[in-house]
Design a protein around this ligand. Structure first.
Ligand SMILES: C[S@@+](CC[C@H](N)C(=O)[O-])C[C@H]1O[C@@H](n2cnc3c(N)ncnc32)[C@H](O)[C@@H]1O
Length: 243
């Protein structure tokens, strides 16, 4: 199987693994940062690109957003439809080509840990720009490029994590790691490549955040202490200019 085929199909067999995966990093930390990047969502038309089984779409719908979710993995979309709670619409589709979605038809767009899965990330960013109305915001959460360069880079002494190794940072391309007992692939690109892609795509960058837990989030989940040691995720708050 070539790289493109693997990226396009690797989620199909792992729908239940993903749903049952520990979600505390997302629910207990990242959601807060993504919601801050989106601003008020009530009454807004939101496109969740790479929505998976719709977990964040349901959060947004609960806050009064009109949510459309799109994902390449059909069984995840079936799950999302079954779990929909607030009139969300879920469609099978490709982030690299949002065919069927009209220009300027959404107020907000979301990409929640998806760009590492997408081969033509520049095209995906351009597509998000196209479907957003002028002034619309795009919240992107991705695995931090410092972490993606070398997956599973913790250097340990016994169980103690000493530090996180970074290597091959400038060498962009696929990174293979084991997840749920099989080989998974994510794409590594440098921070400057992502920032250039957003700017070249027409977006204004309102902020770049490297999420850490609040005191309350840390108290609720002490395992999040590692998030202070090495950046794990990155959130880009982007905006399509008015003209
Ligand atoms: C890490 S999961 C994140 C799912 C969801 N955003 C969430 O936060 O639960 C990555 C998702 O990206 C989807 N995906 C991968 N490549 C895609 C593409 N080219 N177009 C749309 N979705 C894609 C996968 O099917 C999977 O649902």
């Amino acid at each position: 199987m070539n790289l493109e085929q693997q990226l396009r199909t690797q989620w199909t067999e792992h729908v239940q693994d993903w749903i049952q995966q520990d979600q505390s990093l997302r629910t207990g930390m990242l959601d807060t940062w993504m919601l801050a990047a989106l601003g008020d969502v009530a009454g807004r038309r939101v496109l969740d690109i790479g929505c998976g089984e719709g977990r964040f779409g349901r959060v947004l719908a609960g806050l009064g957003a009109q949510v459309t979710g799109v994902d390449l993995t059909e069984p995840l979309i079936e799950q999302a439809r079954g779990l929909a709670s607030g009139g969300e619409t879920y469609l099978v589709g490709n982030a690299e080509d949002l065919a069927g979605m009209c220009d300027a038809s959404f107020d907000l767009a979301v990409s929640y840990i998806v760009l590492v899965d997408v081969l033509d990330y520049r095209r995906s960013i351009q597509e998000a720009f196209r479907v957003l109305r002028p002034g619309g915001r795009f919240a992107v959460c991705n695995v931090h490029p410092m972490r993606m360069a070398l997956p599973n880079g913790w250097i340990k002494q016994g169980d103690r994590k000493l530090f996180y190794a970074i290597d091959d940072y400038s060498n962009e391309g696929p990174r293979e790691f084991e997840w749920w007992g099989v080989s998974f692939i994510n794409m590594h690109r440098t921070l400057s490549s992502y920032v250039s892609a957003f700017v070249d795509g027409g977006f204004v960058i309102d902020g770049i955040q490297e999420p850490t837990p609040s005191d309350a989030q840390l108290a609720a989940n002490p395992g999040l202490a590692d998030e202070f040691r090495v950046p794990n995720f990155i959130v880009y708050a982007l905006r399509k200019p008015l003209q």
